[in-house]
Design a protein around this ligand. Structure first.
Ligand SMILES: [Zn+2]
Length: 139
């Protein structure tokens, strides 16, 4: 059984506070959903693994949200868990495989978008280099 007082205490641990402050600062207090800056931005931990400390998760397990989107995220995750409660292990296994394929496709798309952005930025930069070279020639 989960002791909620004990769970709340873990958020008082200085190692968690350091991790949380570091994440917020690295992500510039920007909500990952609405993109707005929030002085009261919060770190959401997307999942918990038994035996792992709050500050020991990989970076992708943490999301930075404004208070409103942090609550929305939590509601969706809670709702998903409620829906999953009705699934058998076989059904969960099928869903798990489907989700892994979906994630792979999504990550592949994201990678291609990032490669294109990088190529565009590089092309834009070389265009400017070319302009600067032209300007230098005029002097
Ligand atoms: Zn937001």
């Amino acid at each position: 059984m989960v002791d909620m007082a004990d769970f709340a205490d873990k958020f008082e641990d200085p190692r968690w506070k350091r991790k949380r402050d570091d994440l917020l600062s690295r992500r510039n207090y920007e909500c990952e959903d609405c993109g707005e800056l929030h002085r009261d931005a919060q770190v959401h931990i997307c999942y918990y693994t038994k035996g792992r400390k709050l500050w020991e998760y990989p970076d992708r397990a943490y999301k930075c949200y404004c208070p409103r989107h942090r609550i929305m995220r939590q509601r969706v995750e809670d709702d998903l868990k409620e829906i999953l409660a009705d699934f058998s292990i076989d059904e969960l296994d099928s869903l798990h495989l489907a989700l892994k394929e979906f994630a792979a496709i999504r990550n592949g798309r994201r990678e291609r978008v990032m490669e294109q952005l990088y190529a565009d930025a590089k092309a834009e930069r070389s265009k400017h280099d070319f302009i600067y070279e032209d300007e230098e020639d005029e002097y």
